[in-house]
Design a protein around this ligand. Structure first.
Ligand code: FAD
Length: 413
């Protein structure tokens, strides 16, 4: 059988996981991994946590070293970008004009950090946090930072605020255009627990305000807010979300809708071209409607599904969404459905900072949020899959053993 040429664009978590899964699925295939960043493939979650806090080494985020990939006959081109996909000739064009042929192509191009288009945004000590290089540059700036302003109270902004407070003891002010933290991404219970935690650790919040300009003489000195308020600052981190990196796909005429549109196997609107990870608007059978998720879980698992489909093993992506964040030494997790219309039942183990809130849909466990009680998340995943015979009163009672209430004969999913 002729050797299949697999080309992967994007050397992040999804691209690397797909390359490893392809090697597993096709021992003879030619696998080429092309990444614009010069580092070996790495995971990003620790960048705003352990690595920024100095409790984890930068190299600890690397998934596979280049020699390990070479041993698996995975060819890597790092520090190189793919500039064009020639669909007609099934080739990609690199930034040095070389052309590489593909039989199956995977786009795992992730996202880029959203920036602020205001005067002074290019001053020194204004950062965003997307890459390992961003993290190292930010750590450098924070060494001599007394006053840090974080723009945006999303997960990354808040993790940076916590890590900067914990490691560098900076005075931290978080400026947020909305009226509270984590507005797009979390249920009320989690939002208030996180906001209270930050306030109790000295983080100062300015809500319903935004940045109108940055001032300084080559180096940042002041942040001028839309309200007219002036903040003295040594360093700024802009954490206002990401933009999916779809430009390559758009130029190639692939269907894009706030992400590269793929089916439950990871295939795009163009046969033999697949996409994976954070850049995708993908079908997850558990959720029904197509979705785009900025999560470790999607980069890890949806990429494996796409790789298997590229090698001919078609198994639909079907996963209960899960996400975590660590802030000020506390672990918060979300799983399944946690929408505002669902009934909530909170089980308190030890005050506000050790509890689980269960989200019920017509008495059935549909999701949960945990605060330092991650063990419940594994049980909730089982409960969503298999069902759980339990009353809200029993759910709320920390002495009740949840596991014993799982349905014995799993409901086929
Ligand atoms: C600071 C931070 C903290 C996070 N914390 C958490 C967390 O606690 N929990 C959680 O679940 N998720 C977290 N996430 C989200 C999670 O890490 C991402 O969803 C995941 O990294 C996405 O992986 P990816 O491979 O799809 O995309 P990316 O990691 O963005 O990788 C895409 C790669 O493709 C490259 N590329 C783009 N275009 C081209 C091109 N034309 N040619 C060649 N290469 C190209 C890019 O340079 C990049 O290296 C965090 C993310 C960040 C940034």
């Amino acid at each position: 059988m002729a050797q299949c040429n697999y080309v992967i664009v994007g050397g992040g978590q999804a691209g690397c996981r797909a390359a490893l899964a392809l090697r597993d699925a096709d021992r003879n295939g030619k696998i080429v991994l092309i990444g614009a960043e010069s580092h070996p493939p790495y995971e990003r979650p620790a960048l705003s946590k352990g690595v920024l806090k100095g409790s984890a080494l930068p190299q600890s985020v690397i998934i596979r070293q280049l020699d390990q990939l070479a041993e698996m006959a995975i060819e890597t081109h790092l520090g190189q970008a793919v500039e064009q996909i020639d669909v007609a000739s099934s080739e990609v064009v690199l930034d040095d004009s070389r052309r590489l042929k593909f039989d199956r192509l995977l786009l795992a191009t992730g996202s880029r950090a959203r920036s602020l288009s205001v005067p002074g945004v290019n001053l020194l000590n204004i950062h965003s946090l997307r890459t390992l290089d961003d993290c190292l540059a930010l750590s450098e700036s924070l060494q001599s930072c007394q006053k840090l302003v974080v723009v945006g109270a999303g997960f990354i902004g808040l993790e940076v605020a916590a890590s900067a407070r914990e490691r560098f003891g900076c005075q931290v002010t978080v400026v947020e255009a909305g009226s509270g933290v984590l507005q797009r991404a979390a249920p009320d219970e989690l939002r208030s627990a996180v906001q209270t935690l930050h306030k109790s650790n000295g983080v100062h919040f300015l809500f319903n305000d935004g940045v109108s300009r940055f001032e300084g003489d080559s180096k940042l000195e002041h942040v001028i807010l839309a309200s007219g308020r002036v903040l003295k600052a040594d360093c700024v981190v802009i954490g206002i979300g990401v933009i999916p990196e779809t430009r390559l796909a758009e130029r190639a005429g692939l269907e894009v809708d706030d992400g590269i549109v793929v089916d439950e196997f990871g295939e795009t609107s163009q046969p033999n071209i697949f996409a994976a990870g954070e850049v995708t608007r993908h079908k997850n059978l558990f959720l029904g409607a197509p979705t785009r998720r900025e999560s470790w879980q999607v980069a890890q698992n949806q990429s494996t599904i796409a790789a298997h489909a590229m090698s001919g093993l078609r198994k639909a992506y079907n996963e209960i969404p899960w996400f975590w964040t660590d802030q000020f030494g506390h672990n918060f997790q979300l799983i399944g459905e946690t929408g505002p219309t669902l009934q909530r039942v909170t089980r308190i183990y030890d005050g506000a900072l050790k509890s689980t809130t269960f989200f019920l849909d017509k008495q059935a466990v549909a999701g949960a949020q945990s605060v330092n009680s991650g063990k419940d998340i594994r049980l909730v995943r089982e409960a969503i899959r298999r069902g759980m015979n339990i009353t809200p009163e029993q759910l709320a009672d920390p002495t009740v053993n949840l596991k014993s209430h799982l349905v014995r004969d799993p409901v086929l999913w």
